[in-house]
Ligand binder design. Structure first.
Ligand code: HEC
Ligand code: HEC
Length: 175
């Protein structure tokens, strides 16, 4: 306790002169721990979620800002869609990345969708010729890529009757 005394004297000897309070005296040191302090501590209380300045990302894709969308792409779209594409063609999509869907501009931080880098599709779902030429890819795109991607974005897959929802043109531009 004796240590506090010279500090108080010092702060009185050098008044700040601008009306601000002198710094509080140092808190007395905690007593050294004794054997009784070594008892096992009770389980720690669960800490509240950290960093209040960064609120958790909204659940819905449409409510996310750009940074949250990137994180969602990384965390949700990459693993789910990566698996879908690799299961379909490991050789072709072994190096699945943002670039697979967004094109090389993704490396410069450009993520425009529909992507200018993907093959352009005929407008209005006029896919008869394509389906004849690439039956497997077309089936894969329609039965796996569209529904899985829609799910990852909290959207409904494209519905021909209502003509709403996430479909081919969510990724591909039209010719
Ligand atoms: C399987 C295809 C696919 C992959 C892989 C993919 N994305 Fe996307 N991304 C999309 C689609 C589709 C959209 C548009 C969603 C929509 O309609 O809002 C999108 C949208 C975005 C957007 C929002 C763009 C905007 O203007 O609103 C960002 C940012 C983004 N992606 C970043 C990434 C990053 C970063 C990666 C890699 C970690 C990635 N994406 C991988 C399909 C993909
Ligand atoms: C989530 C984004 C996404 C959606 C939705 C999507 N595609 Fe694709 N599509 C791709 C990607 C990625 C490729 C591969 C491009 C590559 O290999 O470089 C591709 C390739 C293709 C190809 C070319 C295949 C080849 O081997 O050259 C066709 C044709 C195609 N898609 C048709 C469709 C059709 C039709 C639909 C709707 C039923 C559709 N796609 C929906 C992302 C998408």
């Amino acid at each position: 306790m004796r240590r506090i005394f010279p500090i108080i004297v010092l702060s009185l000897a050098f008044p700040l002169g601008c009306g601000s309070a002198p710094p509080p005296p140092e808190a007395p040191e905690a007593p050294e721990s004794t054997v009784s302090d070594m008892e096992p501590e009770p389980p720690e209380a669960v800490e509240p979620a950290e960093t209040p300045e960064e609120p958790p990302a909204p659940e819905k894709w449409s409510d996310m800002n750009m940074e949250q969308k990137k994180a969602h792409m990384m965390k949700v779209v990459m693993p789910t869609m990566g698996k879908v594409f690799k299961d379909f063609n490991e050789k072709k999509y072994g190096e699945f990345s943002c670039v697979t869907c967004h094109g090389p501009e993704a490396k410069d931080g450009k993520f425009d969708m529909p992507s200018p880098a993907l093959p352009k599709l005929p407008a209005k779902g006029d896919f008869a010729a394509l389906s004849k030429k690439h039956p497997k890819v077309m089936e894969f795109m329609g039965k796996q890529v569209v529904p899985e991607m829609a799910k990852a974005l909290d959207m409904e897959p494209y519905n021909v009757d209502t003509q709403t929802g996430f479909g081919c043109y969510g990724c591909h531009q039209t010719k």
